[in-house]
Design a protein around this ligand. Structure first.
Ligand SMILES: Nc1ncnc2c1ncn2[C@@H]1O[C@H](COP(=O)(O)OP(=O)(O)O)[C@@H](O)[C@H]1O
Ligand SMILES: [Mg+2]
Length: 402
């Protein structure tokens, strides 16, 4: 598919791969001193050049690449059927071969046969075997450990991504305005594949791109401060304008919720207050669902809902409208003040969790109330070694206080 820019602008030599110097030299060393029985396991985030490295190695050295992907059948039979003979026989037209089993994380955890088939291939292959997995710590890869050497890929640095994007634009004859490429590089979070395909989405068929063109990707154009967006949120009378403003702010929607809640009395006339708080209380239920059900979709719905505050307000004004001095919500100021003691409590709960083999959250919810009662009864104590954890005076105070 040459019409994909990720294919069109794919490096053809290992020397052209962005970053990953250490991984590349480890792979070259592995090839040069290859001995059967050990494979190279490339791990790391998506879009950083893992598959690319194996492909370019094969191309550079005129080796036949035998590649098994996630879309191929990868049970034991499939793996052995594909590789078993070819790993032990010579290639007619190439000087050698490279065996690649890509996206190993995708092999079913229940399929123990598949993992032992891979082991078998590693043991008997006369040619270098590469495995690729995103997550090096996946439990199902454990049986492979003795047979692999691990090589880590890192995220591609955003300045290298920007440079790549610039080269592509030059070759495509696209002139670039403003910070478009920097933004794309930053948003891709080290994933060069997605940066290039985002660029293609934005730029294909154009001879000039600027920041407005990025809107098609649904990203925030730039970060705004909460004081810049609150007037829009309260006064725009358009849900979509409000939503866009909330999405562009450098704060979590959760925090925006409290800013809105705190400033409603400044913006709304008394007769509209009930309606405004009613909307917020519904949004608040969704906010709570995010935490309780660990479902982040609720956050998006919550954001849509608080965006509606501009419509509730409509043409109405508070009696003293005009220039607004928006107030920071008490809740957030308080969270700021108690940040250090909350952090201390969290780390204490983590310590207890380590002994009781429970999560910090469970310790907080189920253990702390009882510990508080016990420790209160037994005071004053300098230290306490109940529950198999040694608490010092400060820690006891912290537990008793919450
Ligand atoms: N380090 C890199 N240098 C140059 N291009 C890269 C790099 N990483 C990814 N790419 C681009 O992204 C595409 C996909 O990369 P790929 O190697 O398949 O990523 P993955 O690490 O997920 O296997 C490549 O074809 C290439 O166009
Ligand atoms: Mg890949």
């Amino acid at each position: 598919m040459k019409n994909l820019w990720t294919e069109k602008y794919k490096p053809s030599k290992t020397g052209e791969i962005a970053g990953q110097q250490k991984a590349i030299s480890e792979a070259l060393a592995f090839m040069d001193s290859f001995e059967p029985g050990k494979a190279l396991l490339l791990t790391g985030p998506a879009g950083t050049g893992k598959t690319l490295l194996v492909e370019t190695l094969a191309r550079e050295r005129s080796l036949l690449l035998l590649q098994l992907n996630a879309s191929d059948s990868r049970n034991a039979e499939g793996i052995l059927g594909f590789f078993e003979d070819s790993t032990r026989t010579k290639s007619l037209f190439h000087s050698g071969k490279i065996i690649l089993i890509d996206e190993v994380d995708g092999i079913s955890a229940n399929d123990k046969g598949a993992v032992s088939a891979i082991t078998k291939i590693i043991k008997q292959s006369l040619y270098p075997v590469f495995l690729i997995a995103n997550d090096p710590w996946a439990a199902k890869l454990r049986p492979l450990r003795p047979y692999v050497k691990m090589v880590k890929f890192s995220k591609v640095h955003s300045s290298s991504i920007e440079k790549r994007l610039k080269e592509i634009c030059e070759k495509e004859g696209i002139s670039v305005k403003g910070t478009v490429l920097k933004d794309l590089a930053r948003w891709s979070q080290g994933d060069l594949r997605s940066a290039i395909s985002d660029l293609q989405t934005v730029a294909q068929g154009k001879n000039e791109i600027s920041e407005e063109d990025l809107e098609i990707l649904g990203y925030r154009e730039r970060e705004s401060s909460i004081f810049e967006i609150l007037p829009t949120v309260f006064k725009s009378r358009s849900i979509s304008a409000s939503r866009k403003a909330i999405q562009s702010v450098d704060k979590d929607p959760d925090e925006v919720f409290w800013w809105i809640e705190n400033n409603i009395p400044l913006e709304f006339p008394p007769e509209k207050l009930a309606q405004a708080y009613d909307l917020l209380s519904k949004a608040n239920m969704l906010r709570n669902n995010v935490a309780v059900q660990q479902n982040w979709r609720f956050k998006a719905i919550m954001t849509d809902m608080i965006s509606g505050i501009s419509v509730v307000k409509g043409e109405a004004h508070a009696p003293h409208h005009g220039f607004m001095m928006y107030q920071a919500p008490q809740k957030i100021m308080m969270m700021g003040r108690t940040k250090s003691s909350r952090a201390a409590l969290n780390s204490l709960c983590k310590k207890i969790g380590g002994v009781s083999h429970t999560s910090t959250r469970v310790v907080k919810r189920d253990y702390l109330p009882y510990m508080r009662i016990i420790l209160k009864k037994e005071k004053p104590a300098e230290t306490h070694s109940a529950f198999s954890v040694n608490f010092n005076k400060e820690e006891i105070a912290l537990i008793v206080k919450v």
